[in-house]
Design a protein around this ligand. Structure first.
Ligand code: FES
Length: 145
């Protein structure tokens, strides 16, 4: 064996090739609950339209649409995740959600608006994200009533 051939070896040539793994979201509390109590939690298909992206994800009735969307890698606007800052506004195009924990006025909710961080699906849904200003102007108008 010559010393010349050894000097040409690099560490990377000795290692197996690296194959990137597909993205897998971290399991949520709902995932663990589903595994432990199969059939105990209902889940709905929620289609989220954000910009040019349209993704359908499965959201459990006990998790927010925002929480599941982020866990699935859907990059939608958000900040507080508490239903307070209004940076996750959306228009509910089809289906129903429970947003009793959010701070939107009843009139705004009845008009078909929702905050993703405070929305729990109660049926299959289609939701489109909207600019923050659209929801803010409506919410402020109803607050003055
Ligand atoms: S993230 Fe703040 S209201 Fe939804």
């Amino acid at each position: 064996m010559s010393t010349t051939s050894l000097s040409r070896l690099s560490v990377s040539s000795l290692l197996p090739p690296i194959t990137p793994k597909p993205f897998r979201p971290a399991p949520t509390a709902l995932d663990y609950r589903r595994r432990r109590f199969p059939g105990a939690c209902r889940a709905y298909k929620v289609t989220i339209e954000h910009g040019d992206e349209r993704r359908t994800i499965e959201v459990g009735e006990e998790e927010t649409i925002l929480g599941r969307a982020l866990a699935e890698g859907v990059d939608v606007p958000h900040d507080c995740k508490l239903g307070v800052c209004m940076t996750c506004p959306a228009r509910l195009l089809a289906g129903t959600v429970d947003q009793s924990e959010g701070m939107l006025s009843d009139d705004v909710i009845a008009s078909g608006y929702a905050l993703l961080c405070a929305s729990y699906p109660r049926s299959d849904c289609v939701i489109r994200t909207i600019p923050e200003e659209e929801l803010l102007s409506l919410q402020l108008a109803t607050a003055n009533d």
